[in-house]
Design a protein around this ligand. Sequence first.
Ligand code: NAI
Ligand code: MG
Length: 354
Amino acid sequence: VVHRIAAIPADGVGVEVVAAGRAVLDALAADSGGRFSFDWAEFPWGCGYYDKTGLMMDEDGLEALRDFDAIYFGAVGWPSVPDHVSLWGLRLRICQNFDQWANVRPVRFHPGVTSPLRKADDAPLDWIVVRENSEGEYAGLGGRNLSGRGPGNEVALQTSLFTETGCERIMRFAFDLARTRQVSKVSSVTKSNAQQHGMVLWDEVFERVAADYPDVATESVLVDAMSAKFVLQPEDLSVVVASNLHADILSDLGSALAGSLGLAASANLNPDRRFPSMFEPVHGSAPDIAGEGLANPIGAIGSAALMLDHLGHPAEADRVRRAIDATTGAGVLTPDVSGRARTDEVVASIIDNL
Ligand code: NAI
Ligand code: MG
């Protein structure tokens, strides 16, 4: 099979880590005995494109992407463009239009990486944050200047949207995922004591869906308590399902607890497979280290592994994850995880370990 992949490196370290992930995938394909290969098309969209054209992506960009088997994304954002313009103009536009309603963000601990939670040789932890990726706090609803009274008296409204359908599908996704794991447990996160409409609906749907999965353990935890639990009882977590905003924050916390934002992978899935899904590291464009060859490529390479899972190569995906762990275990680490290796040295080591 030839997998047709759209690569969108976009901005900052996105460019470096997408190149890293492509190198690993091409090495894997070269070693597959002709079983599969990747046909890449690279799109130049992002903030640099915006500076030249006034557009984050082409007007007909979604059409151009529609027929690919998957999208491999870097990171979007650069100081020359306001963040809400760049994020909504590219990444969120793709997520929303391609109905990528499930964002899967594994929190994986790696051998050889010291984290705030554990020493390098402690037993690894792993759990998965499942993020509702189509509505909630990022539905884009609201407006500015609602008071009509001008500067100094502005009123802005940012409304969260929760639909029963949206809640139910992400929860069923989380429960189905939990059934594939050693510990079948789903933790649902809300702030339904303070936010009494949408999040109470979320809680009710969670209880109803849970009844269909009597074999899966459940708990409902408020988001503030869940942030503490991430730090104090992470061994108690398996699948954590949360709204767009809550899961966004919790997944950054999870990746920092695992040692660095640069390690975390994610998949924006359209589980119905009507549209391409998009695979990207959790981190942003990291302008502070961009262009210096210091970016940790493991988040992006782990995202490439999630793409392999999605494309029907789970054994190859595991092979990539084992190669990553062999590399970190051998101490080939970028500076964000206290190493001295450069991006390309980590990539070369991972390819060796394949
Ligand atoms: P960031 O994730 O880019 O950086 C936060 C910190 O983590 C920085 O110190 C950075 O150096 C470090 N870091 C991030 N990725 C790394 C890697 N691969 N290797 C080593 N260190 C890494 O978040 P920040 O600074 O809040 O945002 C920068 C830009 O990225 C903004 O324009 C923001 O809007 C955008 N952004 C884009 C995202 C996306 O495309 N999915 C996600 C988050 C932020
Ligand atoms: Mg985030």
